[in-house]
Design a binder for this molecule. Structure first.
Ligand code: AMP
Length: 215
């Protein structure tokens, strides 16, 4: 196997967790396969069937940061994460069409009570603020890190803003979708400086991702 130097090595940052398998399937359709034994362990830097390409497996929220600083030239990450990201230095050239879901307002009633100052529990603080500001509503945001569905049930908040795929989690907790904020799917992101320095390789890969993207 030829050893790649930093000049021609491409690192793709991908998210652990829910979107991991779908990201690997998409990469496999580009003929970028992870070496099987790497998947069994807890390695976070994975070599692939292409000697010039390696994968970096990190938390979804860290993917844009690694790409911003050029540690990874490419990243695969949910639009929900990108909507919360305040850094720069990245392009978002391809909607990969995987891990599709919606960012929604949900609560126990089918409508929001507009007489009071709403308390909204979410981990999507930026998107939530923008959504309610656009409606001219001032809300009190309660930042949570998980299990948002409990907040309205236990009276911590009037409603939540969370990702909804099948709607089963909402239903199981007695909640109803109220407002649609955004359609979410995974996006390919690219470091802007790398796009100049490794232009030919990255342009070729971006074209391959476009062809492999799910409609
Ligand atoms: P569901 O019960 O299918 O509506 O899924 C809702 C739960 O899965 C919520 O806890 C969401 O945060 C999470 N979820 C759904 N889709 C995604 C996705 N594409 N990426 C990350 N989390 C998701």
């Amino acid at each position: 196997m030829t050893t790649q130097t930093g000049k021609d090595l491409i690192t793709i940052a991908i998210s652990k967790g829910r979107v991991f398998e779908e990201s690997l399937d998409l990469l496999a359709s580009l003929n970028i396969q992870v070496v099987e034994k790497d998947l069994e362990g807890r390695k976070l830097l994975l070599s692939t069937s292409q000697p010039g390409i390696r994968l970096l497996v990190i938390r979804s929220k860290d993917v844009p940061t690694y790409v911003q600083y050029g540690v990874a030239e490419l990243g695969i990450v949910g639009k929900d994460v990108l909507m919360e990201f305040t850094g720069g230095g990245i392009y978002e050239p391809v909607d990969l069409g995987i891990a599709k879901c919606r960012l929604m307002v949900a609560g126990m009633e089918p409508q929001l009570q507009n007489s009071t100052r709403l308390r909204v529990a979410t981990k999507y603080v930026r998107s939530t603020q923008q959504h309610f500001a656009a409606k001219g509503l001032q809300v009190e945001l309660i930042k949570l890190y998980g299990s948002m569905e409990l907040a309205p049930v236990l009276g911590l908040a009037d409603c939540i803003v969370d990702l909804v795929a099948t709607g089963n989690t909402l239903k199981a907790n007695g909640l109803t979708p109220i407002e649609h904020i955004a359609d979410i799917s995974c996006r390919l992101i690219v470091n802007k400086a790398a796009m100049k320095i490794k232009s030919a390789t990255l342009r070729r890969l971006i074209e391959q991702f476009k062809l492999a993207a799910k409609g």
